[in-house]
Write a protein that binds this ligand. Structure first.
Ligand SMILES: [Zn+2]
Ligand SMILES: [Zn+2]
Length: 469
């Protein structure tokens, strides 16, 4: 096991240099000490040592990221658009539909992120903004992205985000109409019980919303057809747009997985932690009494408590029993008298200890066994993966810990690959949707046998990358 360090290396997709997460190069903005104190309370609530090396700077990082991620509260659309309006003659002096000034202007694929007002986790936003100019006024195209960012950098909900962008642009540009279509992706909200019982519980919650003003106010207007036709090759279909009956139906998965009763139980168990999150909301400039935010601290704490520091017996209690059954996948590839056996695509959730933000993906395990004999079943391996996932982590450590734990159980020759997408990278626009980080730990014969490693790595189907999650 001493050779693990030598055999442990990282592969970064997309050419991003990182240690599994990224330092957030943030502009210093305002006083963060109140938020830092609240984050320390959260870390203590997780049973962590706030002076531990990996956590010492976490409160500051989290506070800066939250301030930066909600800077929209402190920005004005007027300041951005003013001075960026310039005259451009249209096809005629009225509203035209033939393109150019006076016709539809559409900026597509603006990538942003926002904080979910229901659970305080970041969600990804891909925004398409269009307008039809009027009075020979056109706006600098970059301003459409800047204005989108003002409203994205707040505690949000997709439909409100779309409406706010639309209304603000309409007010400042005074066009014939503004149209906004937004695709949002929110991480799933697992809890230990449901995840251990249901291994298929994974993926993103997605929603598509739209908002229109002026000539776009009527959702069946012809101008919308132009708009959607220009988006069509992105797989966006007009029919997909959700017309939600009331704003009470929230898309956030924390709401469906958490009844009001359960939520009040969390607040009773963790009153200090819940109060700390409420104080963070206040420090960000939000009104903690806003109706939509009422249960947010409790829901965030519910998420966070999944990553509590506790021992393996406690965590795996009740799940070790059925772990020794035979497994449902198979190994192959002769290697002398031994074969490479593998268990692929075991999902995991974890929480980056540097930023208190989730990262999730899949774990692949390979080992050498004889005659297809499997010393332990997939469900026990999955439980071990969840045990190391559900705590404050970095991906490199998660990979090593899984390898070290399973090695004695599987005969010492093991290879572990972790593929994950990190919210802390996506949320700063450092990486885009679907990019992922892969880490490898190898022990025993896999360390010296490059062809065995290659054989195992090639057996990992590319469709299992976290992109598809
Ligand atoms: Zn991170
Ligand atoms: Zn949420």
């Amino acid at each position: 096991m001493g050779c693990l360090d030598e055999g442990h290396f990282n592969v970064e997709h997309d050419n991003v240099v990182s240690n599994g997460c990224v330092e957030l190069g943030l502009e210093e903005e305002g006083n963060t000490s109140a938020i830092e104190d609240a984050v320390k309370v959260l870390l203590l609530g997780l049973g962590e040592d706030v002076n531990r090396e990996g956590l010492r700077k976490t409160p500051l990082r989290v506070a800066k990221a939250l301030r930066e991620g909600t800077r929209g509260y402190r920005q004005k659309v007027k300041d951005i658009v003013q001075g960026a309006l310039f005259p451009e003659a249209g096809l005629d002096n009225r509203v035209g539909h033939a393109g150019g000034a006076g016709g539809l202007v559409l900026v597509r694929d603006l990538d942003h992120f926002s904080y979910c007002e229901a659970c305080l986790l970041p969600f990804q936003v891909k925004c398409h903004v269009g307008y039809i100019s009027s009075g020979q006024r056109v706006v600098g195209l970059s301003k459409l992205s800047r204005v989108t960012d003002v409203f994205a950098k707040r505690l949000q909900e997709p439909q409100r985000l779309a409406n706010e962008i639309c209304t603000a642009l309409h007010q400042e540009i005074k066009p014939a109409g503004v149209a906004v279509v937004i695709q949002c992706s929110h991480i799933h909200f697992p809890n230990i019980e449901s995840v251990l019982l249901d291994s298929k519980h994974q993926g993103w919650v997605k929603i598509l919303v739209s908002s229109g003003s002026g000539v776009f106010e009527n959702k069946s207007a012809d101008v919308w057809a132009d708009f959607y036709n220009l988006l069509k090759f992105r797989g966006i279909d007009r029919e997909e747009i959700q017309f939600r009956v009331s704003s009470d139906q929230c898309w956030c998965p924390s709401l469906s997985s958490l009844s009001a009763e359960a939520s009040s139980k969390i607040e009773a168990v963790n009153p200090v932690t819940v109060a700390a999150v409420a104080s963070i909301l206040k420090s960000l400039g939000e009104d903690p009494l806003r109706k939509e935010l009422a249960g947010t601290p409790g829901r965030f704490v519910k998420w966070l408590m999944n990553f509590q520091n506790c021992n393996m017996e406690m965590r795996l209690n009740g799940f070790l029993g059925n772990g020794m059954n035979s497994s449902d996948t198979n190994g192959n590839a002769n290697l002398n008298d031994k074969q490479i056996c593998s268990e692929l695509n075991m999902p995991f959730w974890s929480q980056c200890e540097h930023h208190l933000l989730p990262f999730h993906g899949v774990v692949h395990i390979g080992y050498l066994g004889s005659d297809g004999f499997k010393p332990i079943g997939k469900s026990l391996l999955q439980s071990i993966v969840h045990f190391y996932g559900f705590k404050l982590q970095v991906q490199e450590r998660l990979t090593r810990q899984i390898a070290e734990t399973i090695s004695p159980l599987l005969g010492g020759d093991v290879i572990v690959v972790v593929e994950a997408s990190h919210t802390c990278m996506i949320s700063r626009g450092i990486q885009k949707f679907g990019s992922s980080t892969a880490t490898i730990a190898v022990l025993g014969n896999f360390l010296t046998d490059a062809s065995a490693r290659a054989m195992f790595l090639q057996s990992i189907p590319s469709s299992t990358s976290p992109e598809g999650l």
